[in-house]
Structures are given as structure tokens and as C-alpha cells.
Design a protein around this ligand. Structure first.
Ligand code: MN
Length: 226
């Protein structure tokens, strides 16, 4: 199958001033497009030629994995953005509060992980197979599909996502990105994940180790803010 570059669900100017049309022209029109084109070239004539994107991500390695995952990651990133104000479902917001303390704390934890990620990568809100909401960060093209997690939201922290608009100011990019989150998309992913989830899905997990991990991340975040 030939993969195609997705059409953006908004105009190139729609996310300004937080993400400029110039950034979108490069990020979607060059970077994302190149991943799609490379993937199509790489799978020509081999066992991945007729496979679905998720199958390729889970079963390939090297360049085929990198390019297939980057196609998925960028599709997910764009679909998670909107120029319109969107609301988080009651179900998801109550689960976020249960898992992270409050929506404001969830934001702090998420952006702290995004700040702390060294180099290029992605930060995700995921639903783990045990039903726990979790913030995962992965380097380069790696993504939740390889780790048995269901993705709900992602932020691209490769420099190409923000360098035109913010230069090295990742924290400012993250604050801008936060304002653009399409909570309808995230909430729909959460609802679908609950339906698809294997048995055992239910209560949020109160694992003490996780709590400790978040405290450390918070300190890191506050350090970067001061
Ligand atoms: Mn990117």
C-alpha cells in the first residue's frame, strides 16, 4: 500500500501565533512528507509492502521502523491540535484528576517530562494495559505502540517542531502547544481505548514508585522555570 501525507485538519495559519504557518510548511510539508515518501520507498517489494501502518511499526526495525513510526507520530500530533476551544470529557478529566491530582498538575507533569527529555523525541499521554493513565516519553521515533500502550495525546519535542518560532525556547513552545490541544480528539481516544482495552481495565493505579517519579519530574520542571 502507498501511504499518503495526511491533510491537515486546519489551515496553515490556524495555529498562529503559537505555531506559525512557516513552521507548519516545514514540519508538515517537508519533515512529515519526507517520512511518508521514504517509507513508501523502503517497503517497496518487501514483506511490508501491503501491511497496515501499525503492523509495520510493531514488526519492523531500523529505517523502516523509524519512518513508519514518524508517519504515525506526526499524524497523531496534528490530529491532536485545534484552533478551536475544545473540552475534555468528564470521564477523562476525572481520570486525569485521579491519576495526577488535578488538571493543572497533569499539565505540569506533562510539560516537565517534555522539558526533561534530552535530545529528540515525543511525550505521550497513554493508557497502559492495566488501565493506568501515564505520561511516557520516547526518544527519536519510538512510540507507545511498541510498548503496549494506547496513545491518547502526543507532543513533538524534536527541534524542528519549534525552532523557527521559538529558537531554543522549548518551554515557550510547550506553553503554546498546550493552548492548542484538541481535547475532543484526546477524549475520543480515551473512550475508544476503554472499549478496546483488554480485561483488567478499571481503577487508576496508586503505585508509590510512580508518585515518586512525578515528584522528581516536578522539581526538574521548577528548576527549568527559575
Ligand atoms: Mn516532527
Amino acid at each position: 500500500m502507498k501511504f499518503e501525507l495526511m491533510s491537515l485538519p486546519f489551515k496553515n495559519t490556524a495555529l498562529e501565533p503559537y505555531i506559525s504557518s512557516e513552521t507548519i510548511a516545514y514540519h508538515h510539508g517537508k519533515h512529515h512528507a519526507i517520512y511518508v515518501n521514504k517509507l513508501n520507498t523502503l517497503i517497496e517489494g518487501n514483506e511490508f509492502e501491503d501491511k497496515e501502518l501499525k503492523y509495520i511499526i510493531k514488526n519492523s526495525r531500523g529505517a523502516i521502523f523509524n519512518n513508519s513510526a514518524q508517519v504515525f507520530n506526526h499524524d497523531f500530533y496534528w490530529n491532536g491540535l485545534s484552533e478551536n476551544a475544545t473540552a475534555c470529557s468528564v470521564e477523562l478529566s476525572s481520570r486525569l484528576i485521579a491519576a495526577f491530582g488535578s488538571l493543572e498538575d497533569f499539565k505540569k507533569f506533562f510539560l516537565a517530562k517534555a522539558m526533561a527529555l534530552f535530545g529528540s523525541g515525543w511525550v505521550w499521554l497513554v493508557l497502559k494495559k492495566d488501565g493506568q493513565l501515564f505520561i511516557s516519553e520516547y526518544l527519536n521515533a519510538d512510540n507507545p505502540l511498541r510498548h503496549n500502550e494506547i496513545p491518547l495525546l502526543t507532543c513533538d519535542v524534536w527541534e524542528h517542531a519549534y525552532y523557527i518560532d521559538y529558537r531554543n525556547g522549548r518551554a515557550d513552545y510547550l506553553e503554546g502547544w498546550w493552548k492548542l490541544i484538541n481535547w475532543r480528539f484526546v477524549s475520543d481516544n480515551f473512550a475508544n481505548a476503554q472499549q478496546d482495552s483488554i480485561s483488567g481495565y478499571a481503577q487508576p493505579c496508586n503505585d508509590n514508585n510512580e508518585v515518586c517519579d512525578y515528584v522528581d519530574v516536578m522539581q526538574e520542571y521548577e528548576r527549568t522555570q527559575s
